[in-house]
Write a protein that binds this ligand. Structure first.
Ligand code: FAD
Length: 420
């Protein structure tokens, strides 16, 4: 590791990697220190079957005008499932209660409830009411179960812990997958950034001039530090700051706690979904079991079962086998018990206890949507912050993390250029 850089970047996820590339473009030096054994952070793919990739973290390239990974994939010659981008549209959302699809009238009523709920959330946010979603939607509606399950999965927190303003500020639609994995795409794009792996930051000292960062491999000095770790890591005290972080920063961290969405990927040895089965499902039963299921979204024999919020954390604590069984049960709810004998392999995530993130993404608590700006705000022109939690619009996404890294790099460059 070099003895002194302009910027010490803590974390080699999408935010840290994009910051490194931008700093280099702007003519500044950097050192990236990453605690784990790999780059990519929450962008991570594993092979569930030969040639079939499953993303444990980000999977969907969220499509809005600003997602740079679409062009990056094209540049790298990495194939995106652009022709399969229709499945997350409302008309392709399949609702299944107690193993039966909703009939036409039920489906109309369910979609009306979803539409009314989104309108109520948006109206509250636009009026400046930053309250819990549960305060503005009809929790007694017959179709509240799939909506609650969907919010818990998409936000990682249950509906009583999600801010209307934060919800309303998110932009973009789920577009398509990278066929060989979003995690692999991020790793391929980040491969040209020099990163010191297995280098966990233990302390950031900003008491003197510049910063020093302590790791088990030694202490490094920099003019500034850019911290891109999750709010879960920041809140845990894993990294000691000397002097301690100011109260306004600690408040921002605590107002943006990590939500949990876990995924269980199941690979089947035959096509159990059938010609019309490909789709995205909300399934719920009167016994309280609910999940979101993506079946063969990219045309493969895989299903991804999503469970988030309190239920997701609880299920994670029951262990891998319980998660696997739950997921197989949900797929069986939709496609019948015959699928069970075709289960070939599964991958189970455990994001709430993942030691390098301690959750899936940050979720603003009711009344706290404004704290993303404080989380991002630098301290003493030396300690900078980036990462998915620091942006509006792309919060909780991979491209949002990317954008936060670019913005932070530009800000640091302005600061250092003004000093020299
Ligand atoms: C289950 C799940 C599903 C998702 N689905 C999508 C999706 O479909 N589409 C989408 O766009 N986004 C999705 N996301 C979100 C997306 O993956 C993240 O927002 C994004 O990858 C975060 O990037 P980051 O750089 O902010 O943080 P991270 O990727 O967490 O990077 C921070 C890095 O810091 C490292 N670190 C932690 N502590 C230390 C330390 N003490 N010292 C040094 N390094 C440290 C970590 O190891 C990590 O590599 C999903 C995430 C999850 C978990």
């Amino acid at each position: 590791m070099p003895s002194e850089s302009d910027v010490i970047i803590i974390g080699a996820g999408a935010a840290g990697l994009s910051a490194a590339k931008e700093l280099s473009r702007l003519g500044l030096t950097y050192t990236v220190v990453e605690g784990s054994h790999r780059i990519g952070g929450r962008a991570y793919s594993e092979e569930i079957a030969p040639g079939v990739w499953f993303d444990l973290g980000c999977a969907w390239l969220v499509v809005d005008a600003t997602n740079p990974f679409v062009a990056i994939a094209d540049d790298l010659g990495i194939k995106l499932g652009k022709d399969k981008s229709d499945l997350y549209k409302e008309e392709n959302h399949i609702f299944q209660r107690n193993g039966e699809p909703l009939n036409k009238d039920q489906r109309t009523a369910c979609l009306r409830f979803y539409g009314d709920s989104y309108k109520a959330i948006s109206a509250a946010a636009k009026q400046g009411d930053d309250v819990a979603i549960s305060d503005v939607v009809d929790m007694d509606n017959e179709y509240s179960a799939p909506l609650l399950c969907g919010v818990a999965s998409a936000w990682g927190k249950d509906i009583d812990l999600v801010s209307t303003k934060d919800f309303d500020s998110a932009t973009g639609e789920l577009g398509f997958h990278a066929l060989q994995g979003y995690g692999n795409l991020v790793a391929a794009w980040g491969a040209d950034v020099a990163v010191s792996l297995n280098t966990r930051v233990e302390r950031v000292d900003w008491s003197g001039h510049g910063v020093t960062v302590e790791t088990p491999k030694g202490t490094i000095a920099g003019r500034t530090a850019l911290c891109t770790v999750s709010t879960g890591i920041l809140a845990s005290g894993d990294i000691l700051f000397t002097p301690g972080l100011p109260d306004w920063k600690t408040e921002a961290i605590n107002s943006l706690p990590m939500g949990t969405e876990n995924k269980i990927g199941i690979y089947f040895d035959v096509d159990v979904f059938g010609a019309d089965g490909r789709g995205h499902y909300s399934t719920w039963n009167d016994d309280g079991n609910a999940a979101k299921v993506d079946a063969s979204i990219m045309g493969l024999n895989t299903a991804a079962v999503f469970v988030g919020g309190r239920h997701g954390v609880w299920l994670e604590k029951q262990g891998q086998q319980a998660c696997h069984d739950f997921a197989v049960d949900r797929v069986a709810d939709i496609f019948g018990h015959n699928i069970r004998k075709h289960v070939n392999r599964s991958i189970v995530t455990a994001w709430s206890t993942e030691p390098w993130t301690l959750g899936s993404w940050a979720c603003a608590l009711p009344g706290q949507a404004h704290q993303r700006a404080n989380l991002q705000r630098p301290i003493d022109e030396r300690l900078f912050f980036a990462g998915e939690a620091t942006v509006y619009g792309g919060q909780g996404t991979c491209h949002g993390a990317y954008q936060s890294g670019i913005q932070a790099a530009k800000k640091i460059a302005r600061q250092l250029n003004a000093e020299s």
